[in-house]
Design a protein around this ligand. Structure first.
Ligand SMILES: NC(=O)c1ccc[n+]([C@@H]2O[C@H](COP(=O)([O-])OP(=O)(O)OC[C@H]3O[C@@H](n4cnc5c(N)ncnc54)[C@H](OP(=O)(O)O)[C@@H]3O)[C@@H](O)[C@H]2O)c1
Length: 182
């Protein structure tokens, strides 16, 4: 078995199923703040799922936590990062600690993917890919993705080669669809 050390940032919320699924085969370090939410996820795979309880908006705590995790379990080979937009340098610090990893950056529906990428410094040894959470048009109305759709989209994306992928319809497609139907 090719066991990797994987970092999942925000892996206790809508990505909890992604964490459990990957921790059944790999060593997974999960970042979150809430101890109860974290315990619920770690409990599912206590041997392979490690908690990193910190607020990623604190640059010092994040750097220290990532360094300790790498020291203990080895370099990250895969990153799945769901980082809120108002989080300062968090995404850059995560990239700085994953120099040889495949980085899957999860973007919310309102994010500008080009701008997000331009704002980051990506090194030549890491791959940086984006998965954006879109919307679904169904029964003549729009809805957000369900957690199941998000989890399925991300697990599928892990095995594919692309720079950008959207689960559902992204903002441009959404706006174009709306204009066409006005
Ligand atoms: N297009 C779409 O369909 C779409 C797009 C975006 C969101 N959504 C929906 O919106 C819901 C709410 O979004 P959400 O972001 O609250 O999702 P969430 O995934 O349920 O929660 C955020 C995750 O990030 C962690 N986190 C947040 N801020 C943190 C910080 N400063 N430091 C460390 N960890 C932090 C949380 O842990 P702690 O709780 O422990 O802090 C949790 O694991 C989601 O459930 C999703 O269904 C849908």
């Amino acid at each position: 078995m090719n066991q990797k050390h994987i970092l999942i940032v925000g892996g206790t919320g809508m990505l909890a199923e992604v964490t459990s699924c990957l921790a059944s085969e790999h060593l997974v370090t999960v970042i979150g703040r809430d101890p109860e939410r974290m315990a619920k996820v770690v409990r599912r795979n206590p041997e392979t799922c490690y908690s990193l309880l910190l607020d990623y908006r604190s640059e010092q705590d994040l750097s220290k936590g990532l360094q300790e995790s790498i020291k203990r379990y080895g370099p990250f080979k895969q990153i799945i990062a769901w980082v809120h937009r108002d989080s300062g340098k968090a995404m850059q610090i995560i990239l700085n600690h994953s120099s040889h990893a495949d980085v899957l950056h999860i973007l919310g529906s309102q994010a500008n993917s080009e701008q997000e990428k331009r704002s980051l410094c990506i090194n030549e040894h890491q791959t940086y890919r984006q998965v954006q959470l879109g919307a679904i048009y169904e029964h003549e109305t729009w809805r957000w993705l369900t957690h199941e759709e998000i989890v399925k989209g991300i697990l599928t994306a892990l095995h594919q080669q692309f720079d950008y992928q959207c689960i559902g319809m992204n903002k441009e497609e959404f706006d174009a669809h709306k204009r066409k139907n006005e």
